[in-house]
Ligand binder design. Sequence first.
Ligand code: SAM
Length: 271
Amino acid sequence: MKAKATVKTKTAPAFDKYAYYRRSVQAPDNDVQFLRDTYKELKGKEPVTLREDFCGTFSICCEWVKMGPKYKAIGIDLDSEPILYGLTHYLPKLAPQQRDRVKVLQENVLNPGLPKADVIAAFNFSHYIFKERSMMKSYFHNAYSTLNSGGLLICDSFGGSMCQEANEEETEHKDFSYFWDQESFDPVSNHALFHIHFKPKGQKKIEKVFTYDWRMWTIPELREMMRETGFRKTHVYWEGSTKAGDGNGVFTRTEKGEECQAWIAYVVGEK
Ligand SMILES: C[S@@+](CC[C@H](N)C(=O)[O-])C[C@H]1O[C@@H](n2cnc3c(N)ncnc32)[C@H](O)[C@@H]1O
């Protein structure tokens, strides 16, 4: 009689690009604190409704509703793929009462009639997809007209000398590396092409998991366009630095930045 051999094969877990993306570039718990604190600082009261434009997997919406029973969130994105990921991975983790306060729409942020909100967030530089002033102004105008009275449009922005040349930066995590790769920068148009690559430990680098074809807008340009589309006031929140000169994750309102190789800031339009 032949002995039966049991062979155990080890297969690598399926590559989950949104899980790697979340661990590399997202911090939705910090984001909701910043959004709420900024509204409180400028308006002297708590916001209720957040609209997360360009929401992707709508991770910020899911954190927003965790802050309490009055908080409501709406996510807007064109692409069904990240929306479906959020619906199957993030939404089920919420309590049923929290889930009921999240709504996600597969829509263009330029569409008329989007739901109203106290705060509209455009994060991870998603609005840089609009390369013409006319397109960015259409977006700002649409945001303005769908903000509740006194509401805030909060956009992030980034720049610095490092963003004006091709370069690739690796960030090592315990079980993978994250690469932020700027392929090009054109000083005539300010257009820039970026990619995200990942390399799970012991595996080959997976190239161009996400690609972004953007225009590098400056803070004054964003503020000017906000004012031209009706925003009453604009504000800039600049990141403080550690002793070593790195960003410390604390953003404060200022009218003066600092010369940096790479910086992140928030530009806020007040209705
Ligand atoms: C850079 S990703 C950011 C996703 C998400 N905000 C985050 O932080 O992970 C940009 C997202 O914007 C979406 N998008 C691009 N153009 C859009 C538009 N005109 N209207 C709505 N969503 C758009 C894309 O589908 C993509 O999910």
